[in-house]
Design a protein around this ligand. Structure first.
Ligand code: MRU
Length: 352
């Protein structure tokens, strides 16, 4: 892979008074445009509108968003009040991806460890913390790729849902990191990409990432997955995750659960690829994971054209939960959790 292939989903420009630049993912694949965020409100809007999306990328954006929220706070007491407000505000942007709350907690914990420091020095340290969240995600993605690629063989067909690529992370992705690493190791894969209704993250983003790296990618409608599996074209399914409960139940983009059930019915292993920042051990199982409900227009007026009768009732949950029993293994930056159980999750995360 050359450096030119790298996707810089997010970058902080300048020092503590700098700003955040992100790829506006709502415009892809037709237009590649970067968006400058100079206020916390712009970061909130970008997360809410999915200009930046994907669990790890949301967490990274939130870290930098906190830094923007602290701009102009010149004394330590005012800064701490502003910090609490910034964290509470960003926490209202999207509910499901735990990486958002993980990053906000981390920023708050760092600030709490700086008792007695000046406002200027707290702001410096918090920017360094946001940068660390960003850099650590980059490293975790590469490690996930290495562990995951060992599961795949040259010539296999794999299926993925939504976008768990470089655009959803600091770089390289989680599920897509597995494919990129396999390619780097000389394995040729045939990747089937679910288009991922209703916002088409698979068609718009995953297909874009795979084709620009010359990976053999075939786009299918979500409803075609069963047929593709029955035809013997898929030997493994790998998706990302937005929140993994203590027992391994996993929230990911709506439609993931269906794919996991289909994979089980066809005897195909279904894997989740996710960094440790996506686990929520405070939640015993998937019934406790908050599922975001999004606007009905995403279904009735997808991408600007009306495709349903005016006034029809719509239900639009953005995520679903795949029960742990359907997951063959979880690929983390520390290794494989296999079989998926609370004991194995706690052991892998060092929380026993
Ligand atoms: O609504 P989105 O586009 O933020 O949903 C993203 C997903 O569901 C991804 O699969 C998940 O965040 C994993 S990203 C590495």
């Amino acid at each position: 892979m050359s450096n030119n292939d790298k996707i810089e989903t997010l970058r902080w420009v300048g020092d503590v008074d700098g700003h955040l630049v992100m790829i506006d993912q709502t415009l892809l694949p037709v237009e590649f445009r970067e968006l400058e965020c100079r206020s916390i409100e712009q970061v909130w809007e970008a997360i809410k509108q999915l200009r930046v999306r994907g669990a790890p990328a949301i967490g990274i954006a939130a870290g930098y968003g906190v830094c923007l929220g602290l701009r102009g706070a010149n004394d330590a007491a005012a800064l701490r009040t502003r910090l609490d407000k910034s964290v509470d505000y960003l926490a209202t942007s999207r509910p499901t991806a735990v990486n958002l709350f993980w990053a906000l907690d981390r920023m708050q914990a760092k600030a709490a460890s700086l008792e007695g420091e000046s406002a200027a020095s707290i702001r410096d340290v918090l920017l360094a913390e946001a940068r660390a969240i960003h850099e650590e995600d980059r490293a975790m993605c590469h490690a996930i790729g290495r562990y995951g690629a060992a599961l795949l063989e040259d010539g296999q067909g794999v299926l993925t849902h939504c976008n768990a690529g470089g655009l959803a992370t600091a770089e390289y992705g989680t599920a897509l990191s597995v494919f990129f690493t396999a390619q780097d190791e000389g394995k040729n894969l045939r990747v089937f990409v679910d288009e991922t209704r209703p916002l088409l993250q698979g068609a718009r983003l995953t297909a874009w990432e795979l084709t620009r790296r010359n990976i053999d990618a075939t786009l299918i409608c979500d409803s075609m997955a069963a047929q593709v599996m029955r035809e013997g074209k898929v030997q493994a399914v790998i998706t990302g995750a937005d929140r993994i409960a203590a027992n391994g139940d996993t929230a990911n983009k709506i439609g993931t659960y269906s794919i996991a059930v289909l994979a089980r019915a066809h005897g195909i292993p279904f894997y989740i690829a996710a960094p440790s920042s996506t686990f929520d051990l405070s939640i015993p199982n998937g019934t406790n994971i908050p599922i975001e409900e999004r606007s009905s227009e995403e279904i009735t007026h997808g991408f600007g054209r009306q495709t349903a009768p005016t006034g029809v009732k719509v239900y639009n949950p953005a995520f679903d939960v795949t029960p742990a029993e359907y997951i063959q293994a979880i690929i983390t930056e520390r290794g494989l959790i296999d079989p998926v159980s609370e004991a194995n999750i706690r052991r892998m995360l060092g929380c026993v």
